[in-house]
Design a binder for this molecule. Structure first.
Ligand SMILES: [Zn+2]
Length: 174
């Protein structure tokens, strides 16, 4: 499959690719590196802290972030959260695939992530607070999980109209 990388844009809810459990990246080649570069570009354009491959329409286990203290762009291929700990913390989260929606989400503050970098090297990273939260958000994405799955009944009521508008905009609503 030829990937026209430069034309990839952020896909929005309710695109079914966002609900698919993504498959591992078998080979890290130039196509994968080009997609990662485009994802970093889109993340910057949208002023986001992270972006997962399903959000550009690719069901791959890969995400990019710029959530560390030095705001470095990072690419995480075949990531796995091997440990979560610390305190539980509630913070507002948005999602580039759910424009206009912000929800208070409860997550552990500390995380350990294993993944491959773009050279295929296995790395283990630790993070706290924002970066740990972004990893959890993006890992949810590659498992087909969205922040709206964590809504309280009150959140559901407050965001019903916005969600409906996104569904109608995608031509899937009534
Ligand atoms: Zn998201």
């Amino acid at each position: 499959m030829a990937l026209d990388v430069s034309r990839r844009e952020i896909v929005q809810y309710p695109d079914p690719v966002l609900r698919t459990v993504a498959r591992p990246v078998d080979v890290i080649d130039d196509a994968v590196r080009a997609v990662a570069a485009r994802m970093i570009e889109l993340m910057h354009d949208a002023d986001g802290a992270g972006l997962a491959a399903p959000q550009v329409g690719l069901s791959w286990r890969m995400f990019v972030t710029r959530a560390s203290e030095d705001h470095t762009d990072r690419v995480h291929v075949n990531p796995d959260l091997v440990d979560l700990g610390g305190d539980m913390d509630v913070r507002p989260e948005g999602c580039l695939s759910l424009p206009g929606i912000t929800l208070d989400i409860r997550r552990p503050t500390n995380a350990v992530l294993t993944c491959l970098d773009l050279d295929g090297r296995s790395i283990t990273l630790t993070a706290t607070d924002l970066e740990a939260r972004v990893w959890q958000h993006e890992l949810d994405h590659i498992n087909g999980v969205l922040i709206i799955d964590k809504m309280t009944p009150m959140d559901r009521i407050a965001n019903r109209r916005l969600l409906k508008e996104l569904e109608v905009a995608a031509g899937r609503g009534p």
